[in-house]
Design a protein around this ligand. Structure first.
Ligand SMILES: C[S@@+](CC[C@H](N)C(=O)[O-])C[C@H]1O[C@@H](n2cnc3c(N)ncnc32)[C@H](O)[C@@H]1O
Length: 195
């Protein structure tokens, strides 16, 4: 059968933790696949907030969400914000502090035809967003981060995130990695579970 892709593995880690009625954040909406996944997982009593800096991404995501309209009664509410994820702590309602079940990051550029591949996530804002996400998580909440060391600009960001995550005190969070060891440039996944 082979191992799961990093994206499927991220979904699996989240599926086994997110509960109906939970709050969740998609830190990099892109085409909205993860946003939709989170809204399905939290169910009709749950809520999802998504961040992306590109209006093109939010338009694509809205179209994807509209296509699932027949399932919308079973899904959580979705709010999409055109805002950098490093501002998530101030952008979410105050009641979300220490109450979020999952935050997903899928770094890099918008994976869509004609998209501007020079608009990529940046190391400084990614690290600030990860810190903010950790603050918003509830105990046993999870952050997943998919990193792309093979992309232009991606390896420096991947190294910085690895360094940041490895230095988190074990009393604060448990950090794991899912990575193919023979291919240095292939995407990999980090999971951070808050204590
Ligand atoms: C790899 S894509 C995300 C893919 C998405 N999860 C999906 O299912 O299609 C990365 C996204 O991050 C967005 N992005 C870049 N910098 C950002 C920032 N500072 N804050 C939020 N989103 C950002 C890009 O515009 C791009 O759409």
């Amino acid at each position: 059968m082979g191992f799961l892709s990093v994206l499927s593995c991220a979904h699996q880690w989240i599926s086994s933790r997110l509960q109906p009625g939970d709050l969740a954040i998609d830190a990099t909406v892109g085409t909205g696949a993860d946003t939709l996944f989170l809204a399905q997982k939290v169910g009709k009593r749950g809520q999802v907030i998504g961040f992306d800096i590109q209006s093109e991404a939010l338009t694509l995501a809205q179209a994807r969400i509209r296509k699932q309209e027949e399932d919308s009664a079973k899904m959580g509410s979705i709010s999409l914000l055109q805002l950098s994820h490093d501002r998530m702590a101030e952008a979410v309602p105050e009641s979300w502090q220490s109450a979020v079940g999952a935050v997903m990051f899928n770094l890099g550029y918008l994976p869509s035809e004609g998209a501007d591949a020079s608009i990529i996530t940046q190391t400084n804002s990614t690290l600030a967003a990860l810190e903010a996400a950790l603050g918003l998580l509830k105990p046993r909440g999870i952050i997943t981060v998919v990193l792309y060391p093979g992309h232009e600009g991606g390896s420096q960001e991947a190294e910085a995130v690895l360094e940041w995550a490895s230095a988190l005190p074990v009393e604060q969070a448990q950090v794991v990695m899912y990575r193919q060891l023979q291919r240095e440039a292939s995407p990999f996944l980090i999971g951070i579970e808050k204590k």
